[in-house]
Design a protein around this ligand. Structure first.
Ligand code: SF4
Length: 370
């Protein structure tokens, strides 16, 4: 491990920052709600028990940051329909067990559907070239994972038997939706480091400008996260609202200009559905006219009906929006566990329910809420 990463997990440094956080929070009387919108941030916070270091009046809330949890059941049903009709579907491991309306791709495979887990779009292209039959790559993720499929598509490095079921979502419209919701009053935002590496720190400046609250682009080590909370609290105390890039070792103000150009050559932004949220304007990618030949929705009739985003009692929609935590759900660690997931937030390594179930930390929340 690199020296800088060891420093970023140093207990003494963490406790020093936590002590500073307590001092500043003590000077702010109101309750402070800070939202992050990244499953990896939730993993850092929960895995390292960082909520236990925060004072009573500072709450860190997980927002819509799990890219597979927000894929609507309809799109998973579409992939399942293809698989059951004999068209091989390549999918990432994180997506494999996420339930659609009634079953997941993993269930479909046990019922004879053609499904194969791959690590990357590159693997899918290689496998497709060796495969004689029709194949579809289920291209899922936020802005972070869109540039690589975009590169393969732009270079037309795709065999004739392969198309894409595009299911990429954009994080800025989702955060705008949350910030516009009066039920979720926020005092600060921690912006996702991975997405920002592509889109740039500049893509979050609207949070400070339009909503008047601080926003910090943060990395994924414990010190990164505590620093971000500290910076936000200092701004609140001083009555400021600025964008600060804490993750300068990876994120540039303008982002990865080449990757953004590539994505926008191949994909265009259209209104689209989010699980737990509904339709958000200009929030999903679809292939541009020039590359429609690679669009599985153009090639096959994959319309599905009778779609159901969440099973009864599952509170994943509220968990995705930060309106509830997993412990507010009656199914959490009872009828819904990582080995027997009932709702979509219990499946992925970035799903809040799955993270809380695996690493705990919810006793801290219970104590603070009592
Ligand atoms: S614990 Fe399971 S059922 Fe409850 S909200 Fe999370 S995913 Fe849904």
């Amino acid at each position: 491990m690199e020296l800088k990463n060891l420093f970023l997990r140093d207990k003494k440094v963490a406790l020093d920052i936590a002590s500073d956080i307590k001092k500043i929070a003590g000077k702010i009387e109101e309750e402070i709600k800070i939202m992050h919108v990244c499953g990896t941030h939730e993993h850092t916070v929960t895995y390292y028990g960082l909520r236990s270091l925060l004072p009573e009046n500072v709450k860190v809330i997980a927002g819509p940051g799990c890219p597979v949890c927000v894929v609507p059941a309809r799109e998973i049903d579409e992939a399942i329909k293809l698989a059951m009709e004999g068209i091989k579907v390549y999918t990432y491991g994180d997506m494999y067990r996420v339930p659609g309306s009634r079953r997941s791709l993993a269930d479909a495979k046990t019922e004879g559907g053609k499904v194969q887990v791959v690590y990357s779009v590159g693997d899918a292209v290689k496998l497709a070239k060796a495969e004689k039959k029709e194949v579809v790559f289920f291209s899922v993720g936020f802005e972070t994972t869109a540039p690589i499929p975009a590169a393969y598509i732009r270079n037309r490095n795709i065999p004739e038997n392969m198309t894409f079921l595009v299911s990429h979502r954009l994080t800025v419209p989702a955060l705008k939706y949350v910030l516009d919701d009066p039920e979720i009053p926020l005092n600060g935002v921690i912006a996702p480091g991975h997405v920002s590496a592509i889109m740039g720190a500049s893509s979050w400046s609207f949070v400070a400008k339009e909503y008047g609250i601080p926003v910090v682009v943060a990395g994924f080590e414990p010190i990164d996260f505590l620093m971000a909370v500290d910076i936000i609290l200092r701004q609140i105390y001083r009555g400021e609202a600025k964008i600060i890039n804490e993750y300068t070792r990876v994120v540039k103000w303008e982002g990865n200009v080449k990757a953004k150009k590539l994505m926008h050559e191949v994909f265009e932004e259209v209104d689209g559905e989010w699980r737990g949220i509904g339709i958000l304007p200009r929030s999903v990618f679809t292939l541009t006219e020039e590359y429609k030949v690679y669009d599985a929705r153009e090639k096959y009739d994959i319309r599905v009906e009778d779609v159901m985003d969440f099973p009864p009692q599952c509170r994943c929609a509220d968990v995705i929006l930060g309106k509830a935590t997993p412990i507010d759900c009656p199914m959490f660690l009872k009828a819904c566990t990582p080995s027997r997931p009932y709702g979509p937030c219990m499946v992925s390594s970035e799903g809040t329910c799955s993270i809380w179930a695996k690493y705990g930390g919810y006793d801290v929340i219970r104590r603070k809420d009592e």
